[in-house]
Design a protein around this ligand. Structure first.
Ligand code: GRF
Length: 204
């Protein structure tokens, strides 16, 4: 399967995918990495691994739709089968979702449906969990639908939150889970072992 990865930041989730593919644990190849930030270190990671690294500059497009169209073109021109959102902070246009329906996977650093949706990304997710005083948080990998972090859940992993945890220490713990869950979900997808049945994802 041909994979396209969308990023906005450091790309440690992208790195975990690159590493698993290199170990030949995943029957897929990352054909392109697209970022909406030109300074995203994930673009550097891509270049270091001979993967097409493309910065799509939102400011060059007159609308949200045309910006998404530009990304769709980068993906379609490479016959991408699976789109992975790895720390990509923009929402996708309806057309984007339609083009890749049930072939878009996102990793989110909380146990959805807690601490997710518009405005919940990066450290904000963990600060909200700490402020709420939860004892358990974690990571969720899910298919993307029209909503924000609302698509069918593929895997989740729990992380305990201790009294001494801060948003930063919790983020570090949850990232470790993310780096396991995302490659596993992509592996299952590439082996055609994920079946979406309504709201549920069944692993075959
Ligand atoms: C991760 O915590 C991811 O779940 C969230 O943003 C962060 C991106 O990290 N969406 P990285 O760019 O993959 O290191």
């Amino acid at each position: 399967k041909k994979i396209g990865v969308l990023i906005s930041g450091s790309g440690t989730n992208l790195q975990s995918l690159i590493d698993e593919i290199r170990k030949e644990n995943i029957n897929g190849e990352i054909a392109v990495v697209v970022s909406n930030k030109d300074n995203a270190y994930g673009l550097e990671r891509s270049k270091l691994n001979n993967i097409d690294a493309v910065f799509v500059d939102e400011k060059k497009y007159n609308s949200f739709e045309l910006f998404n169209e530009a990304i769709i073109t980068e993906l379609k021109s490479r016959d991408i089968d699976l789109v992975v959102l790895a720390g990509y902070i923009k929402i996708l246009s309806g057309k984007f979702i339609a083009e890749f329906k049930n072939n878009i996977i996102n990793i989110h650093p909380s146990l959805i449906p807690s601490f997710c949706g518009k405005g919940y990304y990066g450290i904000k997710v963990h600060q909200a969990a700490i402020d709420y005083g939860v004892k358990i948080s974690g990571a969720t990998v899910h298919f993307v639908d029209e909503g924000a972090d609302t698509g069918p859940i593929i895997f989740q992993e729990a992380v305990s939150v201790s009294d001494s945890d801060t948003a930063e220490t919790l983020q570090k713990k949850v990232l470790l889970s993310e780096h396991r869950l995302l490659p596993l979900a992509v592996k299952m997808y590439c082996e055609d072992r994920l079946r979406v049945e309504g709201r549920r994802v069944v692993i075959r």
